[in-house]
Design a protein around this ligand. Structure first.
Ligand SMILES: O=C(O)CCC(=O)C(=O)O
Ligand SMILES: [Fe+2]
Length: 318
């Protein structure tokens, strides 16, 4: 059976790329259960736009398997024009796994704690969600023993310009390393700690400090620097600079030099897709193979940026 993933082809071989180009049409019809579903590459580095789909409808298991295959292959699915309710957002997300209730419990939607609100809006002088989230390269929940599988972020209000999100393909970045560097990294581990980002967002006045309960739920954890995707078997760097505090066993200087090199390498333009949000975009990305960065180039007081996220639970990184 052919799937969305196979239809658009992975970009792993020159031959596959040539075949894709020869097929030419911008929007190929996916051989999915939904005959109207289309897919188109979002960038060379990663991502596909999936069209002709309404996320609030019911999906068969075969359709979900098709989408999951495309997700695993391309790392990111973009669905435009999804004017869906928070309940439908949660229901669709649940088809891909169990959902997290984010540790920042005052940023969760009332009555629907699977929705984490990212927003600079205020109601009655009080922030309605988490402001200033993700303004650094990171992989969601890398500071947990079981980091997230993927996140589904829905834009509700976005600035006219600014507030894009960048995504970097850490499997491509790994592939591009030399053989000696790959073997050097094998077996190395890094420590991740949520508290690392707190000082910055708190000093900017964007958020309250973590409570003792929130700190207790997020002790430092250790993950490999190179991880294997549990579904594709593909190797990736596991980088999350916003949350990573050091490489286990290295001096702070060695650790900083190595982590800075890897972060610079992996965030190079050829590995990156930069998403310019439109209202009702839903972006579903794979935290097991991408890192992302929310640009803070908009005006926190003048611009309105309001988003809902669901976060799919993952397993320990291996
Ligand atoms: O606001 C964004 O674009 C992304 C923020 C973020 O890092 C996330 O939702 O995981
Ligand atoms: Fe994030």
């Amino acid at each position: 059976m052919s799937t969305v993933g196979e239809t658009v082809g992975a970009d792993r071989s020159r031959e596959a790329g040539a075949r894709t180009r020869r097929q030419a049409p911008e929007r190929r019809r996916a051989a999915a259960a939904d005959p109207g579903m289309t897919v188109a590459r979002a960038s060379r580095a990663l991502g596909v736009t999936v069209g002709g789909i309404d996320l609030s409808r019911h999906f068969s298991d075969a359709e979900i398997a098709t989408l999951r295959d495309a997700f695993n292959t391309h790392g990111l699915l973009l669905f435009r024009d999804q004017d869906v309710s928070p309940e439908a957002h949660v229901a669709f997300s649940k088809r891909f796994g169990e959902l997290e209730h984010h540790v920042l419990n005052d940023a969760l939607l009332d009555g629907l704690p699977e929705i984490y609100i990212l927003s600079n809006l205020k109601k009655d002088g009080k922030r309605v969600g988490r402001a200033g989230a993700g303004h650094y390269w990171h992989s969601d929940l890398s500071y947990m023993a079981e980091p997230s599988l993927g996140s589904l972020l829905r834009a509700i209000e976005v600035p006219e310009v600014g507030g894009d999100t960048m995504f970097a393909n850490l499997a491509l970045a790994y592939d591009a390393l030399s053989a000696p560097m790959k073997s050097f990294l094998e077996g190395l581990e890094a420590e991740h700690h949520f508290a690392k980002v707190q000082s910055r967002v708190v000093s900017l006045g964007l958020n309250k400090p973590l409570t003792p309960e929130q700190l207790a739920k997020t002790p430092p954890v250790v993950h490999p620097l190179v991880r294997v995707h549990p579904e594709t078997g593909r190797k990736s760097l596991f980088l999350s600079p916003g949350f990573t505090t050091g490489v286990v066993g290295m001096t702070p200087e060695e650790s900083a030099a190595l982590l800075d090199f890897l972060a610079d390498h992996a965030s190079g333009p050829r590995f990156v897709y930069r998403h310019q949000w439109k209202p009702n975009d839903v972006v579903f990305w794979d935290n097991r193979t991408l890192m992302h960065y929310a640009l803070d180039d908009y005006d926190y007081d003048e611009d309105r940026r309001h988003m809902h996220r669901t976060t799919i639970r993952g397993e320990g990184a291996a």
